[in-house]
Structure formats: structure tokens, C-alpha cells
Ligand binder design. Structure first.
Ligand code: PEP
Ligand code: MN
Length: 345
């Protein structure tokens, strides 16, 4: 349920509403918007309480929310969530580009790629140290050493870093080295991991499970939010369909749908979403046109010899740089800002 109060409602009236809610043993989440203040209630609400709240000073309306996720819903939090990390604002109108290899392979590899990612104008370096491989005999990642290599490359080239965390035990160490923690598609409903991320103190990029509905996806985000971490971004990375030409089907509708249902930033992953290098450029542009707040894109200097199978979907450095130049033109057409270094100098 939500209580809607006018934007002019004095703070003491909002506090009085919160006190009444908390006295009933329920949680109250206050969200101040530009035209109204929303107080969201978590817990089951007796009709008597709803009636009491309706009569209180400053209350314009009391509305029942039937969705199972609350904190993730736009009903609870009408304004967009903006995640600010060291001067980069995700969800705030700045298009955010995360680029880099599927996996951190060596210190030299991640350093070379970080330099290219930075030169192209991206703000975030991606790279997996712990890799969720379909088969147990495939390369599983460079682990903690990879995390350290990536943190050093990020620092040296002034990039934020994002890396995948697969188990609750590794959340703390990943949070120590990376700016953003990624939950992979195969772990979207790993509820112990999601709970642990609720208290990790770092922003989380949650990938949509490849067979998950929007409702399941937003409920997974709710686990992290309910644990006390408000900095969650949603990532559409392609779903499984009957089509086999592409590795997955990038669900472009997910971008505006998730933005309607939720206030959380939406990131698109056209690399895993298509599995084919030649489709990454057009689907990146399509994602921006559909309103994505950011993109996560695989790029490799030697994709034919990449240590995961994802070389086939990795852009070459010059393709990545050219794409970002095009985004500089495309972003303003959809109300976003994005600048490459060449435009600034
Ligand atoms: C990745 O980003 O390299 C990755 C493994 O992604 P996903 O979980 O979407 O397959
Ligand atoms: Mn990959």
C-alpha cells in the first residue's frame, strides 16, 4: 500500500504518518518526488490502519499496490533512481557505457583493453574474474588474482569497474575490489546471493535470467533492495526463444517495460543478447533508441584467442570506438548525454 501526500506537506506531518505505520510493526519507505511524496508500506495492512492514514493531515490518497515487489516498483518510488559512483551518474540522463573483455585473462590483457575502453569514452571497465561456465571443464576465470588485476587497470585508467560475483562467500572480496557487482543470468534467482548483496555496500547490476519474466526479474531485484541496498540496476541480456541463429533474443521491449514498472536504471547487453559480433553494433543503437540508461559491451584485442567462447560476440577495439562515436550523435536524440574524449578536446 502507498500513502500519497502533497509536495507541500510539512515534514512533521510526514513524520507523524511514518510513526503511525511503524507503531503497527510495518516498514515505511518515504520517497520525495517533485510533485508528491509517497510513503510506501511493507507488510500486511489492516483496513482500520488504511482508514486512519486516510484521515491524517497532508494525506491525499491511500492506494493498494497489488504487485508482489514493492521497493522496485515505480508506484513506491515515482522518480528515477540515479546511482552515483565517483562522479558517474547511472540512470540520470548520462548514457553509461561499460566495456571490456568477457574474462580478465592477464594483467597485460586487462591493462591494454582498459586503455582502449577509456580512450573510446566509456566510463566503466567490465571483466569477469569468476566465470559461470556451462561446462565444468571450461576455463573458470582467474579468480581473486583477476579481481586485483582489474582493480589496478581501473585505477590506472580512471575507469569504474564491474565484475561478476557468483556465490555469497565471494561478495565481500568482490566488493572490496570492484565498484559494481554483477549478478549473472544463471544466478538471478540465487536468493542467498541476492540477500548477501543487500548488505554489500556496493551498487549491483542484476542480469535478467534467460527464462525469467519481468515479474520474476523485479522480485529478484526486490531481494537486494529489501536487504537495504537501494543501488540496483536491471540488465536485459537476452532471453531463450525458439530462434537458434542468435545465441539469445535481446528483448528490446524489456527496456521501456522495466522503466514503466520500475524506477531502477536499465542497462542492455547486446553482446550476450545476440552472441554475434555483427549484431552488437545495431542492437546497441536499438537499445539506446529504446531508452536504455547504459550498455554493457564485450570488447577484446584478440577475440579469436579469448579464453571464453565469447570472442565471437566481442567487438574489435576500433569497432567499439566507432560505435561510441555514433552514440554521441544518437544519445541526444533520445534525451541523453554522452561524450567521447575526441569531442571534449
Ligand atoms: C558475462 O557478462 O560475461 C556473462 C557471463 O553474462 P550472462 O550472465 O548474461 O551470461
Ligand atoms: Mn561473456
Amino acid at each position: 500500500m502507498i500513502v500519497i501526500a502533497g509536495v507541500q506537506t510539512p515534514e512533521e506531518h510526514i513524520q507523524a504518518i511514518v510513526e503511525v505505520i511503524e507503531k503497527e510493526g510495518l516498514q515505511a519507505h518515504v520517497s520525495r518526488g517533485s510533485d508528491r511524496t509517497i510513503i510506501g508500506l511493507i507488510g500486511s495492512v489492516e483496513p482500520k490502519l488504511a482508514e486512519h492514514l486516510r484521515q491524517m493531515k497532508g494525506v491525499e490518497n491511500v492506494v493498494k499496490i497489488s504487485k508482489s515487489y514493492k521497493l522496485a516498483s515505480r508506484d513506491f518510488h515515482p522518480e528515477n533512481t540515479v546511482i552515483s559512483i565517483k562522479g558517474v551518474n547511472i540512470g540520470g540522463g548520462e548514457l553509461v557505457i561499460m566495456g571490456g573483455p568477457c574474462a580478465v585473462e592477464s594483467a597485460a590483457q586487462i591493462d591494454e583493453i582498459a586503455a582502449l575502453v577509456k580512450a573510446a569514452g566509456a566510463q566503466v571497465l567490465r571483466g569477469g574474474a569468476f566465470k559461470p561456465r556451462t561446462g565444468p571443464y571450461s576455463f573458470q576465470g582467474t579468480g581473486v588474482e583477476g579481481l586485483i588485476m582489474m582493480a589496478e587497470a581501473g585505477k590506472k585508467h580512471d575507469l569504474l569497474t564491474i565484475t561478476e560475483v557468483m556465490t555469497p562467500e565471494y561478495v565481500d572480496i568482490c566488493a572490496e575490489y570492484a565498484d559494481i557487482l554483477q549478478v549473472g543470468t544463471r544466478n538471478m534467482q540465487n536468493f542467498d546471493l541476492l540477500r548477501k548483496l543487500g548488505t554489500c555496500g556496493k551498487p549491483v547490476l542484476l542480469k535478467r535470467g534467460f527464462s525469467s519474466t519481468y515479474d520474476e526479474f523485479l522480485n529478484a531485484a526486490e531481494y537486494i533492495l529489501a536487504g537495504g541496498n537501494p543501488n540496483v540496476m536491471l540488465c536485459e541480456r537476452g532471453i531463450r526463444t525458439f530462434e537458434t541463429y542468435t545465441r539469445n533474443t535481446l528483448d528490446l521491449s524489456a527496456i521501456p517495460v522495466l522503466q514503466q514498472l520500475s524506477h531502477l536504471p536499465v542497462i542492455a547487453d547486446p553482446s550476450h543478447g545476440t552472441g554475434r559480433r555483427e549484431l552488437v553494433v545495431p542492437m546497441t543503437k536499438a537499445s539506446v533508441a529504446a531508452g536504455a540508461d547504459g550498455l554493457i559491451i564485450e570488447m577484446h584485442t584478440d577475440p579469436d584467442n579469448s579464453m571464453t567462447g565469447d570472442g565471437v560476440q566481442s567487438l574489435f577495439p576500433d569497432q567499439f570506438a566507432d560505435l561510441l562515436k555514433d552514440l554521441e550523435l544518437l544519445a541526444p536524440a533520445v534525451g541523453k548525454t554522452f561524450h567521447t574524449p575526441s569531442a571534449i578536446s
